[in-house]
Each structure stands twice: as structure tokens, then as C-alpha cells.
Design a protein around this ligand. Sequence first.
Ligand SMILES: [Zn+2]
Length: 235
Amino acid sequence: MRVLAIGAHPDDVEMYCSGALLACKARGDDVFICCVTNGDKGAYGMTSEELAAIRRKEAQAAADIIGAEMIFCGLPDGELFVCDEHRRPIIDAVRKAAPDFIITHSPNDYHPDHCNTSELVFSASFLAGAPNVPGAECIESCPGVPAVFYMDTPTGMAFLPTEYVDITPHWDTKRRIIECHESQVQWIKEHDNLDMVEMGQVMARFRGVQSGVQYAEGYRQLEQWPRMRAERLLP
Ligand SMILES: [Zn+2]
């Protein structure tokens, strides 16, 4: 299968769905990660350019652990809008990955960039398979309309999963993947008094308790024709 995870910032996919991506790789899937913004706002004492460069390296290191191909859209952090200019690179990413399913943010997530990413993915994934929609070449392998799964929100706020992925064998690797984002581990400690790794572990254990395993991730499917499939797509 081909899987595309689309996150607003470098570290989102890693926090909320890297366990499932590792499980996808373990079953032989091709995994792509699209990072929509460059994350150039989240740190003290650095220019936007310096921070964007650091975060790109961190995201690439995380993707290398997963064995995923990275697609960087490079849009500005905190300035992502639902507009054609910002939808275009996401259409291109969908065409490149030609995914059987996409994982992205829930529409009710906490950060405006997350909510806008969710909405942009909804329309981009619908339009990517239409050859006359401008952007990268729409090849024959481009999907019709791919299935979409929403990943968890931070702390699971207002998010009730309908599907779970057992990530117990992958938790130690997921921890290393989160730790790749050193700049954010530090920034979130200073800014929010929160340990990202601990938060990731608490979430994984919380969803694990709900689904009868040690560690899990929770998902909700976008329930719309023609995105439903008879078989289970998540690992
Ligand atoms: Zn984010």
C-alpha cells in the first residue's frame, strides 16, 4: 500500500502518527510524509531562517528512521491559509505519493495551521486525481479519491477514536523519532512547561488502555463517499 501522512509542522506527524507509519513500513508499505509549513516560528533566540533550517534537518532525521520519503512544502509557519496558493503544493504531494490513504490533522485540532491543513488536505485529495487541475503532472497512477484518516489531537482533547493501531512493538522507535525534534522538545518545555516525549508516552498508553494493548494510536476515518473501503487500510 502507499501511505501519505500530512502534518502542518515538522514534528506533528512524528507525535501523532509515527507509530502507525512504522507499522506500515513493517508490513511493506511505501510511506511518504508531507510537511506543509517550515516551522519557522517555534523557538526563542533564532531567526526564521535559522529555525527553519534546523527543523528541516530534524524532520529529515525522523523520516530517515521511519524509512519515509519527505515532501517539504515550505510554507510559512502560522501563516497557512485555505487558499489556492497553499493548496497547490498539497495537490502536488498527493500526486507524487499517489496514496491509498492519507493521515492528517482532525478538523477540530487546536492550532490554526492544523485546522487549515485538514481543510486543505480535504480539497487537495479530492482534486489531485482530476487531470485538468493545475499543478504537478497528474499521472495515471494518481488516486481517484483516497481514504483519509484523522490522527489524534494533543492530549486527545475532543477526539474519540473509531480505529486503533497497536504500536507496542514500535514505541521505543517512536520515542527516538520524537527526540529528533530537539528544538521543539526544548521550546515546548520552555513555552508550555511540557515534556513532548512524556506526552507522547502518556497518549500512547491512554489509547493502549482503551484498545487493550500496551501502546496504541487512535484514528477517525473521514466518512464520505467515495473514500470508504471494504478492507481495513490502517495496519
Ligand atoms: Zn503542529
